[in-house]
Design a protein around this ligand. Structure first.
Ligand code: PHE
Length: 342
């Protein structure tokens, strides 16, 4: 019996030392120490021993059981430590490895320019309003006093929505004038930036989609002097404090009188250079006093109220300001171009 006990101990030592997982050790524990285990079975048969041998064998059996329990506990600890080490190795983070660079976008030069223009007008008390890009013939032409035969109404100039009578992509931001007159209380002092569309073949200065900023002021006693003063203050902030304006007579159906507004060249100061094409002046916007027909559509009493309006091309302003020589660069989204306006 003592030999059997020794065998059990030796076999256990060998098996446990070979065990490679917690599951294997648990299996051995059950096989040796469990209710139906090898050692348990042997201890049960101790009853058949002569009485004087029992204490000796019992002592040895207890020692064997304790040894095996200790071996199992130790092997378990060792495996647990190895497991933790493995997990730590797998989960280790090397904080010194450089991160993956995420490329940052940049604000688009057209957005930058619209924001700059808006800020200047907001500082003069204008608020910003929005209007739809898909418009009707009424708002884009009729209400703006455009003659029925005006060439800009032509299919070759205007994108009409197919099969939808009277619906078009606005060719200018001026329809927002009419919408504002119809929806706002007087006095009115607004600007409205947004997209416009014209059937143009793209080249260095034309794009079928472009942006304008519209301006509208309606109050008692508004004159051309108010228009000129407002635009003077605006261009000084946009192009520099020595910038001058010049109003040239022009024609728009929705303003009377109408003018095209030139600014003195901010590059050469008026001497003549490549930016102003040698003339010293640069045309930047159209403007005038709001035509009474337009005010009447908006229900304004033209005996009491008058107004001025203006509209400028955002791309044109951005091209001048940043000396961009091709409008198409704005729509290519080449980051090498856009990043320069951060
Ligand atoms: N809508 C005109 C254009 O697109 C610009 C303009 C706006 C002129 C307001 C006068 C008053 O050319």
């Amino acid at each position: 019996m003592q030999n059997q006990l020794r065998n059990i101990l030796e076999n256990a030592r060998e098996d446990i030392s070979k065990a490679a997982s917690k599951e294997e050790i648990e299996k051995l524990r059950v096989e040796i120490l469990g209710k139906k285990g090898r050692l348990t079975a042997l201890l049960r048969s101790m009853g058949s021993l002569p009485a004087e041998e029992r204490p000796v064998v019992g002592k040895i059996a207890n020692e064997v059981r304790e040894s095996i329990e200790e071996m199992i506990a130790q092997a378990g600890e060792k495996l647990k430590a190895a497991e933790i080490q493995l997990r730590q190795k797998a989960e280790a983070i090397d904080v010194t490895i450089p991160g993956t660079p995420r490329s940052l976008g940049a604000r688009h030069p057209i957005s930058v320019t619209i924001d700059e223009i808006s800020k200047i007008f907001m500082s003069m008390g204008f608020s910003v309003v929005d209007g739809p890009e898909v418009e009707t013939v009424f708002y884009n032409f009729d209400a703006l006093n455009a003659p029925k035969n005006h060439p800009s109404r032509d299919l070759t100039d205007t994108f009409y929505i197919k099969d939808a009578k009277d619906v078009l992509l606005r060719t200018q931001t001026s329809p927002v004038q009419v919408r504002t007159l119809l929806s706002q209380e007087l006095p009115i002092k607004v600007i409205s930036p947004g997209r416009c569309f014209r059937c143009d073949t793209p080249d260095a200065t034309h794009s079928p989609m472009f942006h304008q900023v519209e301006g509208l002021v309606v109050d008692k006693g508004i004159t051309m002097a108010d228009l000129k003063g407002t635009l003077d203050a605006f261009v000084k902030q946009l192009f520099g404090s020595s910038t001058k304006t010049k109003l040239r007579p022009h024609h728009f159906p929705f303003t009377e009188p109408s003018a095209e507004v030139d600014v003195s060249c901010f590059k050469c100061g008026g001497k003549g250079c490549s930016v102003c094409k040698g003339s010293g002046w640069i045309e930047i916007l159209g403007a005038g006093l709001v035509h009474p027909h337009v005010l009447e559509v908006g229900g304004v009493d033209t005996d009491v109220y008058s107004g001025f309006a203006f509209g400028m091309g955002v791309e044109r302003v951005a091209m001048l300001k940043y000396e961009v020589d091709d409008i198409r660069l704005f729509y290519e989204n080449d980051m090498r171009f856009i990043e320069q306006f951060r």
